[in-house]
Design a protein around this ligand. Structure first.
Ligand SMILES: Cc1cc2nc3c(=O)[nH]c(=O)nc-3n(C[C@H](O)[C@H](O)[C@H](O)COP(=O)(O)OP(=O)(O)OC[C@H]3O[C@@H](n4cnc5c(N)ncnc54)[C@H](O)[C@@H]3O)c2cc1C
Length: 379
């Protein structure tokens, strides 16, 4: 199956599903000669713990995975760069350092970018949620300088799972210094947590209010360094956290891959590109014509073992396995303090114990891919 290319498998991005591929290689369950892992940073921040990191419940070391270490343990060459273009017909890609690589197989798990939409022209201090490592650095610098000032004003645009978690984490972290100037959360016309059940939305709205977050609906639009909501509301702001939507990277447009109208890679049930089956796409960047999924880490995690199976099948000539998304997915939404809301389909639970449950799951996830202390035995 593997053609005579310089790279057997190019793993692009260190997203959730690729962690499973690297783990399988480290454990000897999957072998593909000349595999490379390409990522702009050796540190893969775990989004599930980002709100807890902002709130001060975790240190940065507890919330990130060392991709270089994991790749080394997997016998994979780690390239600390970004892919800047890809030619699916020629099975080649270009790196930010100028080098190009030809691959026999490729897999893209590169997440998505923040879609600024009506906020593109914002002229104040903008904190984009993606990439997560830069967001964290920007948050620390905001907290250090503006956030300590009484009356500092923070607006969060976007009220999906990420936006509500970040708003409550920020409110918790800034409670002392910014008392009297609450964090403002701007939702679209669809309100807080569109796509979630009515019960979950109600409980999360209550938690937002409990944390002192002011909720606005009607979509956010930049007016200089202020935020317009609907026709009549203009919010002053010292910093804006943009968690408003996802977009695909522009470089995919020239890749010749089949893309959906929003530029995401169209894949079949096995997560292979519809147009170029030697390329897989998983996680946020994948678009399945058969079922429209909410972009979430849970789907990417669940796609990991399927991707491992299908890569092995391609190499050994076995049968591919379809990815079957679950109708209901468990979301654990942290609420600033050590308190969280669990959402599963129409069901909702909340409390300190939900936070501790989430905390255990998150820590286990990080520990699973931590190969810092494992020895590599030389043959
Ligand atoms: C604050 C926050 C909280 C969230 N909480 C939850 C939650 O509780 N539950 C949940 O299910 N989802 C949650 N999400 C959504 C979740 O983070 C995403 O859906 C998930 O991270 C997508 O995973 P992925 O594997 O597609 O890619 P990602 O985890 O985004 O990883 C992509 C990787 O690819 C790298 N990359 C990007 N471009 C390139 C390139 N050109 N070349 C090489 N590498 C590249 C990136 O640097 C990154 O390391 C949250 C999101 C945020 C922002």
């Amino acid at each position: 199956m593997l053609k005579d290319k310089e790279v057997g498998l190019a793993l692009v991005g260190g997203g959730h599903a690729h962690l499973f591929v690297l783990e399988a290689m480290a454990q000897g369950r999957l072998t593909i000669p000349d595999t490379v892992l390409i990522s702009p940073s050796r540190w893969q921040y775990y989004s599930g713990m980002l709100p807890g990191l902002m709130a001060g419940h975790y240190t940065v070391e507890q919330c990130r995975i060392d991709l270089a270490q994991l790749a080394r343990r997997a016998g994979v060459r780690f390239i600390e760069q970004s892919v800047v273009s890809l030619n699916a017909a020629a099975q080649s890609l270009c790196l930010s350092g100028g080098e190009s690589l030809e691959y026999a197989l490729a897999s893209l798990d590169i997440g998505s970018e923040t879609d600024l939409g009506n906020l593109t022209d914002f002229q104040g201090r903008l904190l984009c949620v993606k990439p997560l490592d830069r967001f964290h650095a920007d948050w620390l610098s905001f907290k250090e300088r503006v956030g300590k000032r009484p009356g500092g004003r923070l607006v969060v645009a976007g009220a999906g799972a990420a936006g509500v978690e970040l708003a409550m984490a920020a409110a918790y972290a800034l409670a002392g210094p910014m008392a009297g100037s609450p964090v403002k959360l701007v939702a679209s016309e669809k309100g807080v947590l569109p796509g979630f059940s009515a019960g979950v939305r109600k409980v999360v709205r209550r938690e937002l209010t409990r944390m002192g977050v002011e909720i606005y609906s009607g979509g956010a639009e930049a007016q200089g360094n202020r935020i317009q909501v609907g026709r009549n509301t203009l919010l002053e702001c010292d910093a804006l956290i943009a968690a408003c939507g996802a977009k695909a990277p522009a470089w995919l447009q020239s890749s010749a891959l089949a893309l959906d109208p929003e530029g995401f890679i169209q894949v079949d049930a096995y997560h292979r590109s519809l147009s170029h089956p030697s390329l897989f796409a998983v996680g946020d960047i994948a678009s399945r014509p058969s079922s429209r999924l909410m972009r979430s880490g849970v789907h990417s995690v669940r796609a990991g073992p399927v991707l491992v199976h299908n890569l092995a099948a391609l190499v050994t000539g076995g049968r591919l396995k379809p990815f079957r998304p679950r109708a209901w997915v468990l979301y654990l939404i942290s609420c600033g303090a050590r308190h969280a809301v669990a959402s599963w389909g129409p069901f909702v639970l909340s409390g300190g114990w939900v936070w501790r449950w989430k905390d255990r799951i998150d820590r286990r996830f990080i520990a699973r891919f931590d190969y810092t202390h494992s020895e590599i035995t030389e043959e």
